[in-house]
Design a protein around this ligand. Structure first.
Ligand code: ZN
Length: 183
């Protein structure tokens, strides 16, 4: 069983850690191998067991292959996996995206992301797909694809902004529970 590698603040910019290692391409024949399906299942399980995670890249659990799972609504209605994603086109427009990362708990920060991207990837059936993604999904995907190259959003903060640290959803719930108990 794998688990999410999360960083303490002193390691955010350390280049020697596992999260900074580039991931390798997945061979086409590996896609149909049972370990791949097991790994993908495990990644979704890990994603759904987080309080609000919507995307996970394999290197975040210490597996350095080009594999991403996403589920923006976390309801398993539109799960997405990307094997060997590659940008085909990037829009000229970029907007500020306010990001968090499962590997950097309790922090958020602003980065620029392309609004529209065209990506080539393999799906679970081993088919090569060219697909366009926009808005929030596009931003999330760029965040996850960065993980495959050992890049973290903290590397790309908008100039003159800094990381913001705040409470997690669980911290907020704990505080609320204590408040209710004190009433
Ligand atoms: Zn992340």
């Amino acid at each position: 069983m794998h688990r999410i590698i999360s960083l303490q603040e002193d390691l955010f910019y350390n280049k020697d850690i596992s999260l900074r290692k580039p991931s390798r391409i997945i061979e086409k024949e590996e896609i149909s191998q049972s370990w791949m399906l097991n790994l993908i299942s495990e990644m979704f399980k890990i994603l759904y067991s987080t309080p609000n995670g919507i995307g996970l890249a394999a290197p975040q659990i210490g597996v350095h292959i080009k594999l991403i799972v996403l589920d923006l609504k976390r309801d398993a209605k539109k799960p997405l996996i990307l094997i060997n994603p590659q940008y085909k086109e990037l829009s000229s427009e970029q907007t500020i995206s306010n990001e968090t990362c499962l590997s950097i708990p309790k922090y958020s920060g602003q980065v620029f992301r392309y609004d529209l991207i065209k990506v080539n990837y393999y799906n679970l059936k081993g088919e090569s797909i060219d697909e366009e993604f926009d808005t929030f999904l596009s931003h999330c995907m760029q965040h996850e694809i960065d993980h495959l190259d050992g890049i973290l959003y903290v590397d790309k903060l908008v100039i003159n902004t800094s990381l913001v640290t705040g409470q997690t959803k669980q911290d907020k719930l704990v505080n609320k529970a204590i408040e209710v108990l004190k009433l």
